[in-house]
Ligand binder design. Sequence first.
Ligand SMILES: [Zn+2]
Ligand SMILES: [Zn+2]
Length: 185
Amino acid sequence: MDEIESERAEKLVAWLAERTEAPCATCARALCSHELLFAYALGFRTRPVCSACAARELAQADVPGLRQHLRAHFARRSCFSAAWAWSDAREPDCSARSIQPVAVPVSVTRDDGLWVDAEWDAGDLGCGDLVLELRGRLAALAAGEVLELRATDPGAPEDLPAWCAMTGHTLLSAVHPRYRIRRRP
Ligand SMILES: [Zn+2]
Ligand SMILES: [Zn+2]
């Protein structure tokens, strides 16, 4: 793990440690560290919700599938892997420990590349902050509109396609640091 990633892992663990057992912002169920990590990765850092409530907000019907995709996403990112391992150690009896990583097929749908409804320079925002802000920006668009963003974070090529696949938005192009995303219907 390089220095940036280990620093991120530390911050992530500190964030989890502070909030474990906090209530889901929607259903008030107590959130374990694993559930908090799911919320963080999906863009709910400032309003953590359980994975069932997050799936409902994202119009994803397959909650176990979403958890498996998140687990696979974490396995590919060292900061998330470290935070997941920390959660496992903290909650040895948690059922989340048995979630199998199942990679979500990440696809890029080609478009004509001409039409953009909104642009955003995300700078070097990364991980939870990037997807949090992105979630808000896409929510502000109408269904089918296209957002073009620039994200220089080294994790973006991994994070953004996975996030789009998990949240139902369409990735139109990904040529780091430029990404084009069509808001889901
Ligand atoms: Zn909930
Ligand atoms: Zn747990």
